[in-house]
Design a binder for this molecule. Structure first.
Ligand code: ZN
Length: 357
């Protein structure tokens, strides 16, 4: 980028970065990100009207660039409305799910303290994946699921892909269960375009392609309104954003770039997809957006009222609509060491990935 380029939008300030071929200054870039987020939120029609009760929206926090940016943009919007004496329309409830019993990471306590200091006006809850059973999230038939610790269920799985897949499923189910228990009106997932593209391809690779509309589209899913307000922003744009706010949000960011595992046995489908899209978005961002746009055209199949739900991921199980070697629901149930069937129905993905030994 030329050092002398002026911002393509305001024409006055010096451009600091190039966003989708446009030279932007810091202020116009911050506005660009906020506009993309708020436009999506409006499209979700999730905000209460002037005469309605304020809605409560659950926002799962991961201390990544995407959910942190989402909190920041919405917090600013709510503050602005209060300053103008206007109805905010919604309250935010921030939720952090601790995964430290199954995924080693740094001490999260200091990040939580920083978040609460910076955004004190929102309700904040901290729960752990070990709390799944107290929220009624069960995984029938999995080794260790009968009153055991979540940690034990995960350690009973054979591959790194299965463990990562299962933790992701459990996390989403726990978010949904929490939202329902606390009567939230919707969930604001912080997934960026890049993350949604990763999920589209990794869920397809893991045999859960039929669930893509439920896992990536705005609208009702698992009986609650799910909105993805960050879906028009690339991860690299959000990485730039967190460094440009005043003060920067970087001290709240836990994750760094995708790490390559030291051993191939620790490589996961999800990890491979992250690495792939990290390289694609650097030079060909339109490909990332295209994956999400294409999957956005998929229409969720209609689910009969008596449809069986997968006992692992909670998505409907469709009999006879699967390709490959999918067998009947009955035979996709797990078999214990005595040869008898345990647990409930399994979808294609959960039968193939979670249970693969
Ligand atoms: Zn499943």
């Amino acid at each position: 980028m030329s050092q002398q380029a002026s911002c393509a939008r305001c024409q006055s300030s010096e451009a600091e970065l190039v966003v989708r071929a446009e030279h932007l200054c810091r202020e116009c870039f911050l506005k660009y990100v906020a506009t993309k987020v708020l436009k999506r939120l409006e499209m979700g029609k999730i905000r209460g009207g002037f005469k309605e009760l304020q809605k409560t929206l659950l926002l799962p926090v991961s201390f990544g660039v995407s959910s942190t940016t989402l909190i920041h943009v919405l917090d600013q919007q709510l503050r602005n409305r209060v300053q103008q004496g206007r109805h905010a329309g919604y309250n935010l409830h921030l939720l952090f799910i601790d995964q430290s019993t199954v995924i080693a990471h740094m001490d999260i306590g200091s990040y939580i303290d920083l978040l609460k200091q910076r955004y004190p006006s929102h309700c904040f809850t901290f729960i752990s994946l070990e709390d799944c059973s107290s929220y009624g999230v069960e995984f029938k038939g999995l080794l260790g699921s009968n009153g055991g610790r979540f940690q034990d269920i995960v350690s009973g799985m054979a591959s790194a892909t299965s463990r990562a897949d299962f933790v992701e499923i459990a996390r989403r189910r726990l978010v949904v269960a929490f939202a329902k228990k606390h009567a939230c009106d919707g969930i604001l997932f912080g997934d960026s375009t890049t993350r949604l593209a990763e999920r589209t391809l990794s869920e397809t690779a893991k045999g859960r392609g039929i669930a893509i509309p439920w896992l990536t589209a705005d609208g009702s899913s698992d009986g609650i309104n799910c909105i993805y307000p960050m879906r028009d922003l690339l991860r690299k744009e959000l990485t730039a954003y967190v460094g440009m706010t005043t003060p920067p949000l970087t001290s709240l960011i836990l994750e760094s770039s995708t790490r390559t595992p030291s051993s191939s046995k620790d490589t996961t489908v999800d990890g491979l997809m992250s690495q792939f899209f990290e390289s694609v978005e650097a030079n060909y961002p339109s490909i990332v957006a295209n994956v999400v746009r294409t999957s956005g055209r998929l229409v969720a199949p209609s689910v009969p009222e008596d449809a069986q739900l997968c006992s692992i991921c909670g998505q409907p199980v469709f009999i006879g609509s699967w390709g490959g070697d999918q067998q009947s629901v009955t035979s996709s149930q797990s078999i214990d060491s005595n040869g008898s069937q345990i647990g409930g129905a399994r979808c294609y993905g959960c039968a193939r990935i979670v249970l693969k030994r």
